[in-house]
Design a protein around this ligand. Structure first.
Ligand SMILES: Nc1ncnc2c1ncn2[C@@H]1O[C@H](COP(=O)(O)OP(=O)(O)OP(=O)(O)O)[C@@H](O)[C@H]1O
Ligand SMILES: [Mg+2]
Length: 261
């Protein structure tokens, strides 16, 4: 198989007729980790949701391909089958569905009818990954995210990623709300997934996470698009100096998508 590739070109997205993404360009290959940093309200999570096919987000221009296939033409479940995964900034709670039932359904939906994972194999795999993430086994039988602490929800998102083994993962602020030990554990989980078969986009506000998950590229998001790209040194400079120098360099006055309060 050729190298996995996710190619976003001039992507424009609106929510309720208000344009949020204004021409996002980003190409991610297998084996690469791309970090996206940027001030609040600049459209980072919107990019993640639009890629997953959230119905509220209307694509008004540009293109996205996954391994050469038109992603924007796909339904949400087809996108997951094509290998796209989103760890959400705010994971939802689903009462009545246990974590393990949810995961097994997600895996089977991806594998397709007649090719379901055996229960034994599923349990073994889930035990193994929960061990890596140092999650108590009770989380398997609790309802999906219900009553989970902020940090537990984030860990659970990474558990989903490790079980589904997607070719492209978008991790939206997986570090927010994690204590220092949990941050290391989650980073170890992401690093374990690192392979030429997989690409990762990490949205984060803090360079600290990138000490544990070394990115190949760092992008700065402002005004609904990527305005600057570089290597890990860019994240270090942002941590030390903030965003003002980027805005000055590019002549940006309002970095948001125009919703500043
Ligand atoms: N469903 C929605 N309905 C209305 N406005 C929305 C919706 N989703 C996003 N927006 C608006 O789009 C803008 C970009 O939001 P987004 O969540 O993408 O920002 P972000 O860069 O992820 O910010 P943060 O760093 O705070 O997470 C914001 O002004 C937000 O209010
Ligand atoms: Mg966000």
């Amino acid at each position: 198989m050729s190298t996995p590739n996710l190619d976003i070109r001039d992507l424009q997205v609106s929510i309720e007729d208000k344009q949020i993404l204004k021409g996002v360009n980003l190409s991610v290959n297998g084996g690469e980790i791309h970090a996206i940093m940027g001030p609040n309200g600049t459209g980072k999570s919107t990019l993640a949701s639009a890629l997953m096919g959230h119905p509220k987000y209307e694509v008004t221009g540009g293109s996205v391909t996954i391994d050469g296939e038109d992603l924007l033409e796909m339904e949400v479940d087809e996108r997951a089958r094509a290998g796209l995964f989103l760890a959400m900034q705010y994971p939802s709670e689903v009462s009545g569905v246990t974590n393990s039932d949810f995961l097994r359904s997600a895996i089977n939906a991806k594998r397709g009818e007649g090719n379901e994972i055996s229960l034994m194999k599923f349990i073994r795999e889930m035990d193994k990954q929960m061990d890596v993430l140092e999650m108590d086994e009770s989380f398997a039988t609790r309802y999906l995210n219900e009553g989970f602490s902020g940090g537990e929800k984030k860990r659970n998102e990474i558990l989903q990623m490790m079980m589904l083994k997607p070719r492209f993962s978008i991790l939206d602020e997986i570090d927010s709300g994690l204590d220092i030990d949990a941050l290391k554990i989650v980073a170890a989980g992401v690093n374990e997934m690192r392979s030429p078969e997989r690409g990762v986009i990490i949205i984060t506000h803090y360079q600290r996470l990138l000490n544990y998950i070394k990115p190949d590229f760092v992008h700065v998001f402002m005004q609904g698009r990527i305005v600057k790209s570089g290597g890990p040194e860019l994240a270090e400079r942002l941590e030390q100096e903030g965003y003002d120098w980027v805005k000055e360099e590019l002549g940006i006055v309002d970095e948001t998508v125009g919703h500043k309060v």
